[in-house]
Structure formats: structure tokens, C-alpha cells
Write a protein that binds this ligand. Structure first.
Ligand code: TMP
Length: 218
């Protein structure tokens, strides 16, 4: 598909965090705000976002914690991302549409690179070549929460989707994950905003909307 060079590229925002951090609720709140401005916007998620990537998601998020080697898990995630970026994210951004994505590259760095111990450099290199291939978020909201609270919330909604593979991993995994995300935010404070997700939903939404408005204002 040829790229549209006349329109301004859409803003790409990702939402990150551990299990049960409230990303879905906050994406919906921001989506409502963007709609009210009459700006074009889509929401999507990873792994997933296309038919094929949703099939890969099913392989990744269900079953036992050790169903896949960490390397296989990474390659599955990157395969799903390539499909998603090529078919949904890049075309939307090229068309001037804002993209709100539930998880993206930072999840791969934190989950597979840090918590699964594959190494940040390896994950970044493979992702840059084969996954995101250069399509990176302009802004990232890291919904930060103590893992004990996140897992508790995630377990409350459990059952409907069977997506328990990561929730079932031990607490040290989730602590490594949280620290990993926080380190990434420290490295890139301009892009990754740490949001205290233990506060009331309305307060969190107000902060996210305010930071998005600032970004849009340039
Ligand atoms: P979700 O529960 O937020 O929808 O995310 C699905 C699971 O996939 C979650 O446990 C985190 C995991 N995941 C990774 O391990 N690496 C990744 O790159 C992505 C996008 C998700």
C-alpha cells in the first residue's frame, strides 16, 4: 500500500502495565474524549488487532506458564505484531488517525526481555527488524500498581476468557515486570509517563487526558 504523504501522521499512544492495572478502562475513557473532539481514532490491542494476530494471541495467553520457551513466545509475539502494524497501525497512522494500543513494544521488553530474561538488547533488535519495524509510540502511559493489587483485580475478572497464563506466574515474575517497566520509563521520560494506577478511575483518566492534550498541542 502506498503511504499518504499529504496528511499529518496520527498520534500513536500505547498503554502499558502489569496485570489488572486498568488499561482497558482508561483506553475507553481517552477514546470518549477524542471522539468528543471529532478526531479520528481507533483502539486496538496486542497481542492481537488482526484476525491472524488474534489467533496467535490465543496461543500465547492460554495454557500453562511454561507452555512455550521464552524464545518461542517472543517470536510468536513479533509475528503477531508484524501483521498488526502492517495491516492496522501503519495504515491508520498514515491516514491521520490516532491509534490507542493496549500494550506494545514496552510489554515485550518488560515481559520477555526482563521478566523472562531474554535480554533487552535482543528483544529490541529483533523487534526493530521484524516486529514494530520502526513504528513506535509517540506517547506511552505506564499504569503502575503494586503487583499484589493488580493480580487481585485480574483474578476478579478471571474465568470469562481463560487468559490466565501470565497471571498464574509467581509474584517475583510480576515484581521483576513492574521494575522493568519503571526502568524503561526512567530511560525515556519524555515518551513514557508513569501513572499511579492505585487512584480513583476519574483521577487517572483526567491525568491521561491532560497529558494527551499537551502532546496534541505540540
Ligand atoms: P492483556 O492481559 O493486557 O491483554 O495482555 C495479554 C498478556 O500478554 C499479558 O499477560 C502480557 C502478555 N504480553 C507479553 O508477554 N508480551 C508482549 O509483548 C505483549 C504485547 C503482551
Amino acid at each position: 500500500m502506498s503511504r499518504n504523504t499529504t496528511k499529518q501522521r496520527g498520534l500513536f499512544i500505547s498503554f502499558e502495565g502489569g496485570e489488572g492495572a486498568g488499561k482497558t478502562t482508561q483506553i475507553d475513557r481517552l477514546m470518549t474524549w477524542v471522539h468528543a473532539r471529532n478526531d479520528p481514532v481507533i483502539k486496538t490491542r496486542e497481542p492481537g488487532g488482526t484476525h491472524g494476530a488474534d489467533e496467535i494471541r490465543n496461543l500465547i495467553v492460554t495454557g500453562d506458564g511454561d507452555r512455550w520457551t521464552p524464545e518461542t513466545e517472543l517470536l510468536l509475539l513479533l509475528a503477531a505484531r508484524r501483521d498488526h502494524v502492517a495491516r492496522v497501525i501503519d495504515p491508520a497512522l498514515d491516514d491521520g488517525t490516532m491509534v490507542l494500543c493496549d500494550r506494545y513494544v514496552d510489554s515485550t521488553i518488560a515481559y520477555q526481555g526482563i521478566a523472562r530474561d531474554l535480554g533487552i538488547d535482543k528483544v529490541r533488535t529483533l523487534d526493530a527488524a521484524w516486529g514494530s519495524a520502526g513504528t513506535l509510540p509517540d506517547l506511552t502511559f505506564l499504569l503502575d500498581l503494586p503487583p499484589e493489587e493488580g493480580i487481585r483485580r485480574a483474578q476478579l475478572r478471571e474465568g470469562a476468557d481463560g487468559e490466565t497464563r501470565f497471571e498464574g506466574l509467581d509474584l517475583s515474575f510480576h515484581h521483576a515486570l513492574r521494575q522493568g517497566f519503571r526502568n524503561l520509563a526512567t530511560e525515556e521520560p519524555e515518551r513514557i509517563k508513569i501513572i499511579d494506577a492505585s487512584r480513583p478511575v476519574d483521577d487517572i483518566a483526567a491525568e491521561i487526558i491532560s497529558l494527551t492534550a499537551q502532546k496534541l498541542a505540540g
